[in-house]
Design a protein around this ligand. Sequence first.
Ligand SMILES: Nc1ncnc2c1ncn2[C@@H]1O[C@H](COP(=O)(O)OP(=O)(O)OP(=O)(O)O)[C@@H](O)[C@H]1O
Ligand SMILES: [Mg+2]
Length: 255
Amino acid sequence: MSNILVTENVTKKFEGLVAVNKANIVVKENSFTLLIGPNGSGKTTLINCCTGILKPTSGRVMLGDTDITGWKPHQIYDVGFVRTFQIPLPFIGLTVLDNVLGAMRNIGESPVKAISKRTWVEEEEKNMIHAMEILAKVGLDKHWNLPSGALGAAQLKLLEVAKGLSSGAKIIALDEPIGGVDPASAHEILSHVAELKSEGLTFLVVEHRIDIAAPFADYIYAMDLGTIISEGPPEQVLNDPKVIEVYIGKGVEAC
Ligand SMILES: Nc1ncnc2c1ncn2[C@@H]1O[C@H](COP(=O)(O)OP(=O)(O)OP(=O)(O)O)[C@@H](O)[C@H]1O
Ligand SMILES: [Mg+2]
């Protein structure tokens, strides 16, 4: 498997605070790569540096052969890398379907062409069919006409994944996709992610709930105080004394 995302010594400083310190991670194509670490360890900041929300203070972010360091989020979206946020923020008054349609690429239309050629009709129909296919992949198709504000916590997380998929992305970073969700629904969310992976997608997943997420992971990176302290297959990282110490030290069980 080739590397789809590589960070080279990525560092992010907020004035005196080093939130991410020379982080080197490699995400293989078609993998489920899990990033774990206690609160404030720098996971979201690292994802933000990869997806253009933040500019790294130093270091490089490579997407395949392309250096995307410091690119704007929409430019990174355009080359097939999208992310979801810890707290889902859909347009709550819009339907589930409209939220997905809103996240899609739109070719745009000149007013003159729109009247004379009406090519947008065909485009909108195509998008609608595609959006319904995506909703089916995450089990939300039956709720397509509900306002997204009526969805439960797990369904909102799945809607985030659907919005990510609608762009045609090849790699999706999910920031705590099962945070605040009951264990059965959490398992369902990650099962959908695993199914999407089997179709060829790549996932970089930040998660606290290691017991639920680790069985889905191909490879794990553990962070503490901005630094990658361990990496490897799940068994190896979860049994790494450095990782156990960090979690026990912070009052959380590693697994
Ligand atoms: N925009 C910012 N300005 C200043 N400090 C920040 C900013 N964003 C994050 N930090 C700090 O950087 C450190 C890492 O935060 P980050 O949100 O990346 O952690 P995290 O691992 O995602 O934590 P959590 O598990 O709670 O989501 C924290 O000390 C945080 O307070
Ligand atoms: Mg975070």
